[in-house]
Design a protein around this ligand. Sequence first.
Ligand code: CMX
Length: 435
Amino acid sequence: MGYIKEKFKVKAEELGLEVKELIKNHGSRKIDEVTIGQVYQGMRGITGLVSETSLLDANEGIRFRGYSIPELREHLPKTQGGAEPLPEGLFYLMLIGELPTEADVQYLSGMWARRSHVPNYVFDAIEALPISTHPMTMFNVGIMALQTESVFAKAYAEGMSKKDYWSYMYEDTMNLIARLPHIAAYVYRRKYKGGHHIQPNGMLDWAANFAHMLGYDDDGFKELMRLYMTIHADHEGGNVSAHTTHLVGSALSDAYLAFAAGMNGLAGPLHGLANQEVIKWILNMREELGGGIPTKAQIEQYVRKTLSEGKVVPGYGHAVLRKTDPRFTAQMEFAKKHLQNDELVRIVWMVYDTVPGILQELGKVKNPWPNVDAHSGALLVHYGFVEYEFYTVLFGVSRALGVLASLCWDRALALPIERPKSVTTEWMKLFVEGK
Ligand code: CMX
């Protein structure tokens, strides 16, 4: 057994005992109450899940095992000469609960490179789809085709002990994370680059190799990918992609099945697809206004037009956050350092100056501030990555790190099948009448 797996086993046994004690001694204590409004309105604010990898504070934003995004950018290992964290390090932190050393990160880079082979039938499955298919659909078809490789499903079919679930889930997780960049890059090159594919370079770190297979060997783009893959990885357990992966995994569906389910949720425009919507919205605005950098008044007018058409302003608002998303700020800092004078970036910043005030005026938007999706597109376009329909796939490759680390914990802690109670409106009416 590799030393990271051994370490995870020890950590999981320790926490497993603590959780048992917690349930035994405090299992009947209330931590929340549920209102009728919450039941109808997306279960917002109900504490009903455990997710070890990260915790969201409404004002401060996400913390991964206690570390904020600025702290991660400072403390996680970097590549030689680089300034952005290596996502391998974030995965280690989420899985083990401790900051990794450089050696830990190198170990993961090497392990993922060794496990990255994707069988040809996966590419054949993608090839069977029309070229017009959305990249997220192609990506998910690839993941589903790869499910044949699940060691968890195979061991379960052969009859495995409950005690071993975590071990097979761990193996599936490592294999899947190792292979996702190749599948994603295949989709990109097939759809946008005439099917001219680029072979992986096993000497590169996970994010840099992904950039390379996509066809972007610029050092700046590789740094962007390291940052991008780090900040999109996890956002505690209740968001659609994390919650779906956890829910489907709770039926003992393997990592491939559970992750594909989560990706179908990420493909929704109110969740991950918002990043493509943002850049589309900005490009449309620029085109409508005749090109160049619009004035603040023009942006204001365009925002009001969007709202008057009954649409949301993409990239703004959040179900839990109530301040500017630190993932937005991290990207803004990257842009200030590397691409100050980029026209689209400057528009993104002007939109940031304009939108919150207008959304606040509406009186109903709980969070008028930008989320992670408001900035990412402009950074990608700067490096020539203009195919915005693909952006959610990048988000998905990163999200694998968080939701799959969580899935390992779910099986290690032997969490049961998830099955909350639902009621009918008829039941609600009788409840309200006191019957
Ligand atoms: N533009 C216009 N109206 C908005 C808005 C926005 N950016 N954000 C919220 N509102 C509206 C809602 O549509 C809702 O209107 P109705 O009452 O008429 O239905 C009202 O304000 C209250 O919504 P809320 O409680 O503030 O927000 P929710 O928790 O219901 O939804 C979210 C959160 C993210 C879906 C919403 O803010 C939104 O649609 N934003 C734009 C899409 C987006 O950027 N999504 C990405 C989120 C990050 C991610 O998951 O990747």
